[in-house]
Write a protein that binds this ligand. Structure first.
Ligand code: FAD
Length: 431
């Protein structure tokens, strides 16, 4: 059987690996817009000039060189035809256009991830000095433009926005390590505009996020929180200022748009594949779409927006595509890791408590830990600074293990509390 995978990201590659492992006689054709396979989580390192494409390639086992794999790289799929038994992808001038057949297969995996969302504000959609950050090509373009930019505005203070600011700061540090600058950003001004009240709101609570905001501020970055961009100034080609909702005019010669993503499903127009209201591909528990033989995995499903989950979904889809029915039940989407300026944080499960939850906080100068207990069961934890034990907490949260009946402080609970001894003397996990 021939499997057609659209997308060479976390989900697509993990599916390919699973298919090859499961079925010795099957082959895989991967079509990707990416000309080079890369980890999006490492794009800030490319902006910083610390790593190149090869360094952030996450395939290290020669998968794409396998004789059972054909990789069609640098090709944007604009149409998927699922009517005939053999499903075919096409590349054309624009989404939905007839285009030229590129590849076909008996089963298809849609693993196209997401695109940067460009808000319909002012000249964001046309300006050549406005950049999203999703692909290696974006990181390269940002790095290039940032060499000469003096005033950089980042729209959105989530992980992607701060990754961009961090990469530029790190590049500036390299470039100016011998000269003192007033801003700490290589003489550049970096401003971050964020609608919410805190940075990294998806990843951390406001206390943990504030530590990162302070670190960025110490490097000269200015934050405009609870502010919205309502317009731009300049020309359709070149933005020279952002207008904020409180009337502030923020001069800039480069803009980075990090205000969210939308699933990369434009090419599915007219294919018959069912999409959700948010334009993500609708899938069942086995990651099958409404069209028999067509599956979807990763960010394109809207089930999650993090790398490990995309990988897991790719694996599950791979099993189902090769005939082993497997449900994607690992919807433990909320594992986030943040690392800026060597300050590490991990958040697991819920970040903010609900009414009636017990919240336990432990902190000192370098560390912050917040645990949320619901009816004695941990539902979320944030570890900042010292992040040891995160695997243990992940287990407890994911498996809803009650810990308030152990007669000790939650901070003293350890694996040892859940082991019993079998008759034969062996230790046994007894949760
Ligand atoms: C800057 C940044 C930083 C991030 N940091 C983290 C982090 O620290 N931790 C974390 O867990 N997650 C992080 N993420 C999220 C993580 O990268 C994604 O969740 C993950 O990449 C999703 O994998 P995917 O395979 O679904 O999609 P992607 O990795 O986006 O791969 C999609 C693939 O589809 C291809 N494609 C798209 N459209 C087409 C088309 N029409 N035709 C052909 N091919 C197409 C693309 O070229 C690509 O190969 C970050 C994301 C970004 C952008």
């Amino acid at each position: 059987m021939k499997h057609l995978i659209i997308g060479a990201g976390a989900a697509g590659i993990s599916a390919a690996r699973t298919i090859l492992k499961e079925k010795n006689d099957d082959s895989v054709v991967i079509v990707s817009q990416d000309a080079e396979v890369h980890s999006r989580c490492m794009l800030h390192k490319v902006i910083a000039g610390e790593k190149n494409a090869q360094d952030i390639n996450f395939i290290n086992d020669g998968l794409l060189e396998s004789e059972r794999v054909q990789w069609i790289s640098g090709k944007t799929v604009t149409r998927l035809d699922v009517v005939p038994a053999l499903k075919t992808v096409y590349a054309g001038e624009e989404a939905g256009a007839a285009g030229v057949a590129v590849a076909s297969g008996d089963r298809v995996l849609i693993a196209t991830g997401a695109n940067s969302l460009v808000p319909p504000v002012g000249y964001f959609r046309t300006a050549k000095n406005a950049f999203g950050l999703r692909n290696l090509s974006d990181a390269r373009a940002i790095a290039e433009r940032a060499k000469t930019a003096k005033k950089i505005a980042v729209v959105g203070a989530g992980l992607v926005g701060l990754d961009a600011a961090y990469g530029i700061l790190q590049a500036s540090t390299e470039a100016t390590s011998t000269e003192a600058t007033s801003t700490g950003a290589g003489g550049r001004e970096i401003s971050v505009v964020e609608m919410g009240a805190s940075v990294l709101a998806v990843n951390l609570d406001s206390r943990a996020a504030a530590s990162y905001r302070r670190l960025f501020e110490e490097k000269g970055v200015r934050f405009y929180l609870r502010r919205k961009v309502v317009n731009t100034q300049g020309s359709p080609d070149e933005i020279n200022a952002l207008k904020l909702d409180d009337g502030t005019r923020l001069a800039c010669d480069m803009v980075i748009l990090a205000a969210g993503v939308s699933p990369a499903t434009g090419f599915l127009e007219g294919s018959g594949i069912e999409l959700s209201e948010r334009r993500a591909v609708n899938v069942d528990d086995c990651l099958a779409t409404n069209v028999p033989g067509v599956y979807a995995a990763g960010d394109v499903t809207g089930l999650s927006g993090v790398w490990p989950n995309a990988q897991k979904q790719g694996e599950v889809a791979g099993y189902n595509m090769t005939g082993t029915k497997l449900a994607y039940d690992d919807r433990f989407a909320l594992k986030n890791t943040v690392n800026f300026f060597n300050l590490l944080s991990v958040s697991l499960g819920e970040i903010n408590p609900q009414n009636g939850d017990e919240v336990m906080i432990r902190e000192d100068r370098n560390n912050y830990r917040k645990l949320i207990l619901r009816d004695g069961v941990p539902v979320g934890i944030i570890l900042q600074g010292e992040i040891g034990g995160s695997g243990f907490w992940q287990y407890l949260i994911k498996n809803k293990v009650r810990i308030d009946n152990l007669g000790k402080s939650p901070w003293k609970v350890s694996y040892a509390d859940f082991y019993g001894v079998e008759n034969n003397g062996e230790y046994k996990w007894v949760v």
